[in-house]
Design a binder for this molecule. Sequence first.
Ligand code: ATP
Ligand code: FE2
Length: 332
Amino acid sequence: TFILGIEGTAWNLSAAIVTETEIIAEVTETYKPTVGGIHPREAAQHHAKYAASVIKRLLAEAKEKGVKPSEIDGIAFSQGPGLGPCLRTVATAARMLSISLGVPLIGVNHCIAHIEIGIWRTPATDPVVVYVSGANSQVISYMGGRYRVFGETLDIGLGNALDKFARGANLPHPGGPKIEAYAKDAKKFIHLPYVVKGMDLSFSGLSTAASEALKKAPIEDVCYSYQETAFAMVVEVAERALAHTGKKEVLLAGGVGANTRLREMLNDMCEARGAKFYVPEKRFMGDNGTMIAYTGLLMYKSGNILSLEDSRVNPSYRTDDVKVTWIQEEKM
Ligand code: ATP
Ligand code: FE2
Protein backbone atom coordinates (compact mmCIF):
# COMPACT_ATOMS: atom_id res chain seq x y z
CA THR A 1 0.00 0.00 0.00
CA PHE A 2 1.29 3.48 -0.89
CA ILE A 3 -0.15 6.52 0.91
CA LEU A 4 0.79 10.13 0.21
CA GLY A 5 0.35 12.40 3.25
CA ILE A 6 0.51 16.19 3.66
CA GLU A 7 1.15 18.02 6.94
CA GLY A 8 0.56 21.76 7.25
CA THR A 9 -1.12 22.62 10.56
CA ALA A 10 1.32 25.42 11.40
CA TRP A 11 4.84 26.35 10.31
CA ASN A 12 5.84 23.25 8.41
CA LEU A 13 4.58 22.18 5.00
CA SER A 14 5.72 18.61 4.55
CA ALA A 15 4.61 15.79 2.27
CA ALA A 16 5.64 12.14 2.25
CA ILE A 17 4.88 8.79 0.65
CA VAL A 18 5.06 5.69 2.85
CA THR A 19 4.29 1.97 2.79
CA GLU A 20 3.68 -0.31 5.81
CA THR A 21 7.43 -0.64 6.33
CA GLU A 22 9.17 2.12 4.42
CA ILE A 23 9.40 5.88 3.90
CA ILE A 24 9.62 6.22 0.12
CA ALA A 25 10.18 9.99 0.10
CA GLU A 26 9.60 13.15 2.15
CA VAL A 27 9.83 16.80 1.07
CA THR A 28 9.51 19.76 3.45
CA GLU A 29 9.32 23.55 3.16
CA THR A 30 9.43 25.45 6.45
CA TYR A 31 7.84 28.84 7.07
CA LYS A 32 10.10 31.05 9.16
CA PRO A 33 8.52 34.23 10.53
CA THR A 34 10.82 37.21 10.06
CA VAL A 35 9.82 38.72 13.42
CA GLY A 36 7.86 37.33 16.39
CA GLY A 37 5.78 34.18 16.24
CA ILE A 38 3.70 32.52 13.53
CA HIS A 39 1.22 34.67 11.60
CA PRO A 40 -1.52 32.24 10.50
CA ARG A 41 -2.25 34.02 7.20
CA GLU A 42 1.42 34.36 6.28
CA ALA A 43 2.00 30.69 7.09
CA ALA A 44 -0.98 29.74 4.90
CA GLN A 45 0.38 31.89 2.05
CA HIS A 46 3.71 30.13 2.44
CA HIS A 47 1.99 26.74 2.18
CA ALA A 48 -0.02 27.85 -0.87
CA LYS A 49 3.14 29.12 -2.55
CA TYR A 50 5.08 25.89 -2.05
CA ALA A 51 2.33 23.23 -2.25
CA ALA A 52 2.74 22.51 -5.97
CA SER A 53 6.55 22.38 -5.89
CA VAL A 54 6.62 20.19 -2.77
CA ILE A 55 4.26 17.66 -4.36
CA LYS A 56 6.15 17.79 -7.64
CA ARG A 57 9.48 17.14 -5.92
CA LEU A 58 7.92 14.39 -3.82
CA LEU A 59 6.55 12.59 -6.87
CA ALA A 60 9.91 12.97 -8.64
CA GLU A 61 11.76 11.45 -5.65
CA ALA A 62 9.26 8.60 -5.49
CA LYS A 63 9.67 7.96 -9.18
CA GLU A 64 13.43 7.59 -8.71
CA LYS A 65 12.62 4.86 -6.17
CA GLY A 66 10.37 3.18 -8.73
CA VAL A 67 6.99 4.36 -7.36
CA LYS A 68 4.64 5.91 -9.94
CA PRO A 69 1.76 8.30 -9.09
CA SER A 70 -0.68 5.71 -10.43
CA GLU A 71 0.42 3.33 -7.64
CA ILE A 72 -0.66 5.69 -4.85
CA ASP A 73 -3.67 4.27 -2.99
CA GLY A 74 -4.82 7.28 -0.99
CA ILE A 75 -4.18 10.91 -0.04
CA ALA A 76 -3.94 11.76 3.66
CA PHE A 77 -3.89 15.28 5.08
CA SER A 78 -3.80 16.90 8.51
CA GLN A 79 -7.45 17.81 9.11
CA GLY A 80 -6.79 19.44 12.51
CA PRO A 81 -6.07 20.67 15.09
CA GLY A 82 -4.12 23.65 13.80
CA LEU A 83 -4.33 27.11 12.30
CA GLY A 84 -7.47 27.45 10.15
CA PRO A 85 -5.93 29.17 7.12
CA CYS A 86 -3.04 26.66 7.02
CA LEU A 87 -5.38 23.67 7.35
CA ARG A 88 -7.62 24.92 4.54
CA THR A 89 -4.70 25.38 2.17
CA VAL A 90 -3.41 21.88 2.76
CA ALA A 91 -6.90 20.35 2.52
CA THR A 92 -7.40 22.02 -0.86
CA ALA A 93 -4.15 20.53 -2.17
CA ALA A 94 -5.15 17.10 -0.83
CA ARG A 95 -8.62 17.24 -2.45
CA MET A 96 -7.07 18.17 -5.79
CA LEU A 97 -4.66 15.26 -5.64
CA SER A 98 -7.39 12.85 -4.55
CA ILE A 99 -9.60 13.90 -7.47
CA SER A 100 -6.85 13.91 -10.07
CA LEU A 101 -5.43 10.52 -9.03
CA GLY A 102 -8.90 9.07 -8.44
CA VAL A 103 -8.05 7.73 -4.96
CA PRO A 104 -9.69 8.21 -1.54
CA LEU A 105 -9.07 11.09 0.83
CA ILE A 106 -8.05 10.36 4.44
CA GLY A 107 -8.45 13.00 7.18
CA VAL A 108 -5.78 12.61 9.86
CA ASN A 109 -5.81 14.06 13.38
CA HIS A 110 -2.44 15.77 13.80
CA CYS A 111 -1.97 14.79 17.46
CA ILE A 112 -2.70 11.14 16.74
CA ALA A 113 -0.17 11.25 13.91
CA HIS A 114 2.49 12.34 16.45
CA ILE A 115 1.58 9.24 18.48
CA GLU A 116 1.41 6.72 15.64
CA ILE A 117 4.74 7.71 14.14
CA GLY A 118 6.34 7.25 17.57
CA ILE A 119 4.85 3.77 17.87
CA TRP A 120 6.04 2.98 14.34
CA ARG A 121 9.60 4.22 14.81
CA THR A 122 10.28 2.89 18.35
CA PRO A 123 9.69 -0.48 20.08
CA ALA A 124 6.73 1.04 22.00
CA THR A 125 3.44 -0.85 21.55
CA ASP A 126 0.90 0.51 24.02
CA PRO A 127 2.43 3.54 25.72
CA VAL A 128 1.40 6.47 27.83
CA VAL A 129 2.22 9.30 25.42
CA VAL A 130 3.67 12.60 26.59
CA TYR A 131 2.88 14.93 23.69
CA VAL A 132 4.42 18.35 24.20
CA SER A 133 4.65 20.71 21.25
CA GLY A 134 4.08 24.38 20.52
CA ALA A 135 0.30 24.49 20.62
CA ASN A 136 -0.44 21.18 22.37
CA SER A 137 0.45 19.54 25.66
CA GLN A 138 -1.35 16.31 26.48
CA VAL A 139 -0.78 13.04 28.30
CA ILE A 140 -2.58 10.41 26.23
CA SER A 141 -3.15 6.69 26.22
CA TYR A 142 -5.20 4.21 24.22
CA MET A 143 -8.20 2.76 25.99
CA GLY A 144 -11.42 1.25 24.68
CA GLY A 145 -11.22 2.36 21.05
CA ARG A 146 -9.89 5.88 21.56
CA TYR A 147 -6.75 7.72 22.48
CA ARG A 148 -7.89 9.14 25.82
CA VAL A 149 -6.53 12.42 27.08
CA PHE A 150 -5.61 11.81 30.73
CA GLY A 151 -4.33 15.31 31.32
CA GLU A 152 -3.69 18.41 29.25
CA THR A 153 -2.88 22.07 29.41
CA LEU A 154 -5.76 24.29 30.47
CA ASP A 155 -4.25 27.32 28.73
CA ILE A 156 -1.28 27.36 26.33
CA GLY A 157 0.99 24.56 25.10
CA LEU A 158 4.38 24.17 26.77
CA GLY A 159 6.29 25.11 23.59
CA ASN A 160 4.27 28.30 23.12
CA ALA A 161 4.78 29.14 26.81
CA LEU A 162 8.56 28.77 26.42
CA ASP A 163 8.49 30.77 23.17
CA LYS A 164 6.45 33.56 24.78
CA PHE A 165 8.88 33.89 27.65
CA ALA A 166 11.79 33.85 25.19
CA ARG A 167 10.23 36.63 23.08
CA GLY A 168 9.89 38.77 26.21
CA ALA A 169 13.58 38.16 26.90
CA ASN A 170 14.45 39.19 23.31
CA LEU A 171 15.58 35.71 22.34
CA PRO A 172 14.95 34.59 18.74
CA HIS A 173 12.11 32.21 17.82
CA PRO A 174 11.80 29.31 18.61
CA GLY A 175 12.71 29.92 22.24
CA GLY A 176 12.83 26.33 23.52
CA PRO A 177 16.38 25.50 22.41
CA LYS A 178 17.75 28.86 23.64
CA ILE A 179 16.17 28.34 27.07
CA GLU A 180 17.68 24.87 27.23
CA ALA A 181 21.14 26.26 26.45
CA TYR A 182 20.92 29.00 29.13
CA ALA A 183 19.63 26.52 31.73
CA LYS A 184 22.88 24.55 31.48
CA ASP A 185 24.82 27.50 32.98
CA ALA A 186 22.50 28.13 35.94
CA LYS A 187 23.76 28.46 39.51
CA LYS A 188 20.57 28.71 41.52
CA PHE A 189 16.97 27.46 41.54
CA ILE A 190 14.27 30.14 41.86
CA HIS A 191 10.81 29.24 43.08
CA LEU A 192 8.18 29.60 40.32
CA PRO A 193 4.48 28.64 40.35
CA TYR A 194 3.94 24.89 39.95
CA VAL A 195 0.37 24.38 38.68
CA VAL A 196 -1.14 20.90 38.35
CA LYS A 197 -4.93 20.81 38.73
CA GLY A 198 -6.18 17.25 39.01
CA MET A 199 -4.48 15.72 35.97
CA ASP A 200 -4.34 19.01 34.04
CA LEU A 201 -1.57 21.54 33.59
CA SER A 202 -1.32 25.30 33.33
CA PHE A 203 1.73 27.07 31.90
CA SER A 204 0.69 30.65 31.35
CA GLY A 205 1.10 31.80 34.99
CA LEU A 206 4.48 30.09 35.13
CA SER A 207 5.57 31.87 31.95
CA THR A 208 4.50 35.27 33.29
CA ALA A 209 6.23 34.65 36.64
CA ALA A 210 9.41 33.64 34.82
CA SER A 211 9.31 36.89 32.79
CA GLU A 212 8.91 38.83 36.05
CA ALA A 213 11.79 36.94 37.66
CA LEU A 214 14.09 38.16 34.88
CA LYS A 215 14.01 41.63 36.45
CA LYS A 216 15.83 40.32 39.51
CA ALA A 217 17.69 37.17 38.55
CA PRO A 218 20.17 36.09 35.86
CA ILE A 219 18.58 34.63 32.72
CA GLU A 220 20.46 31.34 33.23
CA ASP A 221 18.83 30.77 36.63
CA VAL A 222 15.38 31.74 35.35
CA CYS A 223 15.61 29.43 32.32
CA TYR A 224 16.79 26.56 34.52
CA SER A 225 14.03 27.10 37.09
CA TYR A 226 11.39 27.46 34.38
CA GLN A 227 12.45 24.15 32.83
CA GLU A 228 12.67 22.28 36.15
CA THR A 229 9.22 23.51 37.21
CA ALA A 230 7.39 22.98 33.90
CA PHE A 231 8.96 19.58 33.24
CA ALA A 232 8.28 18.36 36.79
CA MET A 233 4.60 19.18 36.22
CA VAL A 234 4.59 17.14 32.98
CA VAL A 235 6.41 14.23 34.64
CA GLU A 236 3.95 14.20 37.56
CA VAL A 237 0.96 13.85 35.23
CA ALA A 238 2.73 11.20 33.14
CA GLU A 239 3.56 9.21 36.27
CA ARG A 240 -0.02 9.32 37.46
CA ALA A 241 -1.25 8.20 34.03
CA LEU A 242 1.15 5.22 34.24
CA ALA A 243 -0.17 4.35 37.70
CA HIS A 244 -3.78 4.71 36.61
CA THR A 245 -3.51 2.68 33.39
CA GLY A 246 -0.99 0.11 34.65
CA LYS A 247 0.93 0.57 31.41
CA LYS A 248 4.66 -0.08 31.22
CA GLU A 249 5.86 2.31 28.50
CA VAL A 250 6.18 6.05 28.04
CA LEU A 251 6.55 7.57 24.56
CA LEU A 252 7.67 11.16 24.08
CA ALA A 253 6.23 13.14 21.13
CA GLY A 254 6.19 16.72 19.85
CA GLY A 255 8.81 19.42 19.33
CA VAL A 256 9.51 20.12 23.03
CA GLY A 257 10.55 16.46 23.24
CA ALA A 258 13.87 17.55 21.72
CA ASN A 259 14.80 18.86 25.17
CA THR A 260 17.45 16.69 26.86
CA ARG A 261 16.50 17.72 30.40
CA LEU A 262 12.87 16.72 29.83
CA ARG A 263 14.05 13.37 28.46
CA GLU A 264 16.29 12.83 31.46
CA MET A 265 13.49 13.59 33.93
CA LEU A 266 11.01 11.29 32.17
CA ASN A 267 13.64 8.58 31.91
CA ASP A 268 14.40 8.79 35.65
CA MET A 269 10.70 8.52 36.48
CA CYS A 270 10.31 5.50 34.18
CA GLU A 271 13.35 3.78 35.67
CA ALA A 272 12.01 4.28 39.17
CA ARG A 273 8.69 2.70 38.14
CA GLY A 274 10.13 -0.12 36.02
CA ALA A 275 8.65 1.32 32.83
CA LYS A 276 10.37 1.66 29.45
CA PHE A 277 10.96 5.12 27.99
CA TYR A 278 10.98 5.67 24.23
CA VAL A 279 11.94 8.68 22.12
CA PRO A 280 11.74 8.58 18.31
CA GLU A 281 14.45 10.07 16.10
CA LYS A 282 14.31 13.88 16.18
CA ARG A 283 13.02 14.24 12.60
CA PHE A 284 9.85 12.38 13.63
CA MET A 285 9.17 14.49 16.75
CA GLY A 286 8.36 17.85 15.18
CA ASP A 287 5.71 18.20 12.47
CA ASN A 288 6.46 16.04 9.43
CA GLY A 289 4.65 14.64 6.39
CA THR A 290 5.67 11.07 7.19
CA MET A 291 3.52 10.97 10.33
CA ILE A 292 0.44 12.03 8.36
CA ALA A 293 1.12 9.55 5.54
CA TYR A 294 1.71 6.68 7.99
CA THR A 295 -1.37 7.38 10.12
CA GLY A 296 -3.31 7.77 6.86
CA LEU A 297 -2.10 4.32 5.87
CA LEU A 298 -3.35 2.76 9.12
CA MET A 299 -6.71 4.50 8.63
CA TYR A 300 -6.97 3.55 4.95
CA LYS A 301 -6.33 -0.10 5.71
CA SER A 302 -9.10 -0.10 8.31
CA GLY A 303 -11.56 1.50 5.86
CA ASN A 304 -11.39 4.91 7.53
CA ILE A 305 -11.69 7.23 4.50
CA LEU A 306 -13.49 10.53 3.89
CA SER A 307 -16.01 11.66 1.34
CA LEU A 308 -15.31 15.04 -0.24
CA GLU A 309 -18.32 16.49 1.62
CA ASP A 310 -16.85 15.41 4.97
CA SER A 311 -13.40 16.78 4.26
CA ARG A 312 -13.88 20.14 6.02
CA VAL A 313 -10.98 21.00 8.30
CA ASN A 314 -11.39 21.19 12.07
CA PRO A 315 -9.02 23.68 13.79
CA SER A 316 -9.99 22.35 17.23
CA TYR A 317 -10.10 18.62 16.33
CA ARG A 318 -9.61 16.74 19.59
CA THR A 319 -7.48 13.64 20.07
CA ASP A 320 -10.33 11.80 21.80
CA ASP A 321 -12.84 12.65 19.04
CA VAL A 322 -11.20 10.09 16.78
CA LYS A 323 -12.56 6.54 16.62
CA VAL A 324 -9.43 4.43 16.40
CA THR A 325 -10.42 1.92 13.73
CA TRP A 326 -6.93 0.48 13.22
CA ILE A 327 -6.24 -1.03 16.66
CA GLN A 328 -7.73 -4.45 17.41
CA GLU A 329 -9.44 -4.64 20.78
CA GLU A 330 -7.64 -7.86 21.79
CA LYS A 331 -4.56 -5.70 22.27
CA MET A 332 -6.16 -4.55 25.51
P1 ATP B 1 1.76 21.23 17.21
O1 ATP B 1 1.00 21.66 16.00
O2 ATP B 1 1.72 19.76 17.42
O3 ATP B 1 1.43 22.02 18.42
P2 ATP B 1 4.08 22.76 16.53
O4 ATP B 1 3.66 23.21 15.20
O5 ATP B 1 4.03 23.75 17.61
O6 ATP B 1 3.30 21.44 16.89
P3 ATP B 1 6.54 21.25 17.04
O7 ATP B 1 7.65 21.05 16.08
O8 ATP B 1 5.87 20.01 17.51
O9 ATP B 1 5.57 22.27 16.33
O10 ATP B 1 7.10 22.03 18.31
C1 ATP B 1 7.70 23.29 18.23
C2 ATP B 1 7.99 23.75 19.65
O11 ATP B 1 9.07 22.95 20.21
C3 ATP B 1 8.42 25.18 19.76
O12 ATP B 1 7.60 25.81 20.71
C4 ATP B 1 9.88 25.11 20.25
O13 ATP B 1 10.25 26.16 21.12
C5 ATP B 1 9.89 23.79 20.99
N1 ATP B 1 11.23 23.22 21.10
C6 ATP B 1 12.07 22.86 20.09
N2 ATP B 1 13.25 22.43 20.59
C7 ATP B 1 13.16 22.54 21.95
C8 ATP B 1 14.06 22.27 23.04
N3 ATP B 1 15.28 21.81 22.85
N4 ATP B 1 13.61 22.49 24.30
C9 ATP B 1 12.35 22.95 24.52
N5 ATP B 1 11.48 23.23 23.54
C10 ATP B 1 11.87 23.03 22.28
FE1 FE2 C 1 2.75 19.01 15.82
